[in-house]
Design a protein. Structure first.
Length: 72
């Protein structure tokens, strides 16, 4: 079982995509790089939030991700 990164971007977009994926029954792991950097005492200019899913569920969420990407 491995984790697959499915999104990198703003917190607002990540939250919207996470909600859509969780609606189809797949758990999403969210890594917030801005919050981590702030707590570490330094800034971060990279993409703010990353979303990961278990790679076994990619086929189930691929249509959701594609529809989301087409809508933004």
């Amino acid at each position: 079982m491995g984790m697959m990164k499915i999104f990198s971007g703003s917190e607002i977009l990540a939250s919207a995509l996470r909600k859509k994926i969780e609606e189809v029954g797949v758990e999403v792991l969210q890594k917030d790089n801005i919050q981590s950097a702030r707590l570490g005492g330094f800034g971060n200019l990279d993409l703010a939030v990353e979303l990961f899913i278990d790679e076994r569920y990619y086929a189930k969420v691929a249509p959701v991700i594609e529809k989301f990407r087409m809508s933004i």
